[in-house]
Design a protein around this ligand. Structure first.
Ligand SMILES: [Zn+2]
Ligand SMILES: [Zn+2]
Length: 220
């Protein structure tokens, strides 16, 4: 698997270019700011992008979707519970004093329990809600004897978790999602969060206070 992380814009949100080495097919995960730079990175990696994929639709993760669709002519896939966040982007941008982004059409659904295939790589779609109602994780168990990879949006960060004070956020739901959908994965699974550096499930289990059995005590 080819995976490249590009931190973009004022929120330093991680856009990911994810592709199959064998077929050269790739996807663009979370088109936010700096769309041109991410497209250039995909070209440099020799990938032919086929879809735009949203982990969820907060402003930083989806503000560049309309521009990416226009430049690449690709469909945008999202969990349907994120339509509210997608349509709220102009109001949220206004709140920050940023220019209002265009609200793109959603062209296809990401449904938990189903899969997303990129070349010869098949990702499981898992629901990791609690930060946003339709925050999904793309999980690939890895090739033969390979390491697993999980692109988790803003559910889990190195040493922390996503905020839960936004639309339909719930700390209880988020902790449950992390426990059942992420911590159950093999310890060497590499985690690609929506902000900050990569980590592993094993490292978070050992060091992240929100991944401990008494995590409820750390909630405000
Ligand atoms: Zn978010
Ligand atoms: Zn974010």
């Amino acid at each position: 698997m080819i995976i490249e992380r590009l931190a973009v814009g004022p929120f330093q949100m991680n856009s990911y270019i994810v592709g199959c080495e064998k077929t050269g097919e790739g996807i663009y995960v979370d088109p936010g700011a700096e769309v041109g730079r991410v497209i250039e990175a995909a070209r440099a990696a020799g990938l032919r992008l086929t879809r735009l994929v949203g982990t969820h639709a907060h402003l930083d993760h989806a503000e560049g979707v309309a521009e990416a669709k226009e430049k690449l002519g690709l469909p945008y896939l999202l969990h349907e519970a994120e339509l509210h966040n997608l349509r709220s982007m102009p109001a949220v941008a206004q709140g920050y004093g940023f220019p209002k982004p265009e609200v793109p059409e959603m062209d296809g659904l990401l449904t938990p329990g189903e899969s997303l295939t990129v070349g010869e790589i098949t990702f499981e779609i898992r629901l990791t809600d609690g930060h946003a109602p339709g925050n999904i994780t793309l999980y690939w168990p890895g090739g033969e004897n390979g390491t697993g990879h999980a692109i988790v949006g803003d559910a889990l960060f190195a040493g922390s978790i996503g905020r839960t004070d936004l639309y339909m956020g719930s700390a209880k739901t988020l902790l449950n999602s992390i426990r059942t959908q992420l911590l159950a994965l093999p310890a060497d699974t590499v985690v690609y969060p929506g902000h900050g550096p990569e980590t592993t499930i094993g490292r978070e289990k050992e060091t992240n206070p929100f991944c401990q059995e008494d995590a409820e005590n750390f909630l405000q």
